[in-house]
Design a protein around this ligand. Structure first.
Ligand SMILES: NC(=O)c1ccc[n+]([C@@H]2O[C@H](COP(=O)([O-])OP(=O)(O)OC[C@H]3O[C@@H](n4cnc5c(N)ncnc54)[C@H](O)[C@@H]3O)[C@@H](O)[C@H]2O)c1
Length: 269
């Protein structure tokens, strides 16, 4: 078990990628503290993990609220001791034309996706510096490589998360704290359901995304959780400041499927 004896906080554990990270971490031996604003769904995930023999608990927490984050870390310290791993997974997606984006919408996305990551990281670092160091894993997005229409606040926040990852990686590398990010492509969670629901034509939507993902499918939350185990564990002991892309090849593709059969193109010698 690759996370045996580790205390891990996973934000946004009540659904999707965070839920899978909490489940896989517990199966790898970690004592997991899940956090999310919705206690019913969050408690249910932790209960299900315990039913399968894992060590999991849940703290209601809106990561954009400083007092909630303080309570999350204080509860963890009292019940389990110092934090070894923090996964900053909680986040809200956003898709709307920039000229229609309001200041309230901008603030909501930035406060959750970037400020929330800062607030959790701040307390994790304090605990890790006082103890045996640790590993911080930030869930960002392939939007940090290239963007799509209507994602300005989300992309600004998530690119900020990569900046934070690199800044803290170098600041703490000599003091036993590693900080890495994972940038998932399209993953089968509520976000993918929302994308499908918002499309006027579902078939067209599925064909469009298939052609834009060389692997030909969306990823599963567990495929992100497996990458998070690697970055959280000592297997990645020489990695810090990395933005690990897990996207089925999406960001390696300059254009989608060839539109026509072309003759070979050969340059003159
Ligand atoms: N699904 C994708 O295609 C995809 C792709 C790239 C990145 N991501 C990132 O993965 C992360 C998880 O998203 P998901 O796809 O599992 O979506 P999801 O909506 O299923 O999960 C989001 C989680 O974050 C929690 N959350 C939202 N606001 C919060 C707040 N203020 N405080 C604490 N928790 C809060 C939710 O309760 C939920 O548990 C997000 O950061 C998202 O940006 C997802």
């Amino acid at each position: 078990m690759r996370l045996q004896g580790k205390v891990a906080i996973v934000t946004g554990s009540s659904s999707g990628i965070g839920r899978s990270i909490a489940e896989v971490f517990a199966a790898e031996g970690a004592a997991v503290v899940g956090a999310a604003p919705n206690p019913d769904a969050g408690e249910q995930v932790s209960e299900e993990i315990r039913r399968r023999g894992g060590d999991a608990r849940f703290v209601r927490c809106d990561i954009s609220r400083e007092e909630d984050v303080e309570r999350l870390f204080e509860t963890t310290r009292k019940e389990l001791g110092p934090v070894d791993v923090l996964v900053n997974n909680a986040g809200v997606n956003f898709a709307k034309a920039f000229e229609k984006t309001t200041v309230e919408e901008w603030d909501r996305v930035i406060n959750t996706d970037l400020r929330g990551t800062f607030l959790c990281t701040r307390l994790a670092v304090r605990s890790m510096l006082d103890h045996a160091g640790g590993s911080i894993v930030n869930i960002s997005t392939v939007h940090t490589i290239a963007s799509v229409h209507g994602a300005a606040p989300y992309d600004a926040a998530k690119c900020g998360v990569i900046g934070l990852t690199k800044a803290l990686a170098i600041e703490f590398a000599s003091r036993g704290i590693r900080v890495n990010a994972i940038s998932p492509g399209l993953i089968d969670t509520q976000i993918w359901k929302d994308v499908q629901d918002a499309a006027p034509d579902l078939e067209q939507c599925l064909a469009y995304w298939r052609s834009n993902i060389p692997a030909g499918r969306v990823g599963s939350p567990e495929e992100i959780a497996r990458a998070a185990v690697f970055l959280a564990s000592d297997e990645s002991s020489y990695m810090t400041g990395t933005n690990m892309i897990v996207d089925g090849g999406m960001t390696s593709q300059l254009v989608s499927a060839p539109p026509y059969e072309s003759k070979p193109v050969e340059g003159d010698l």
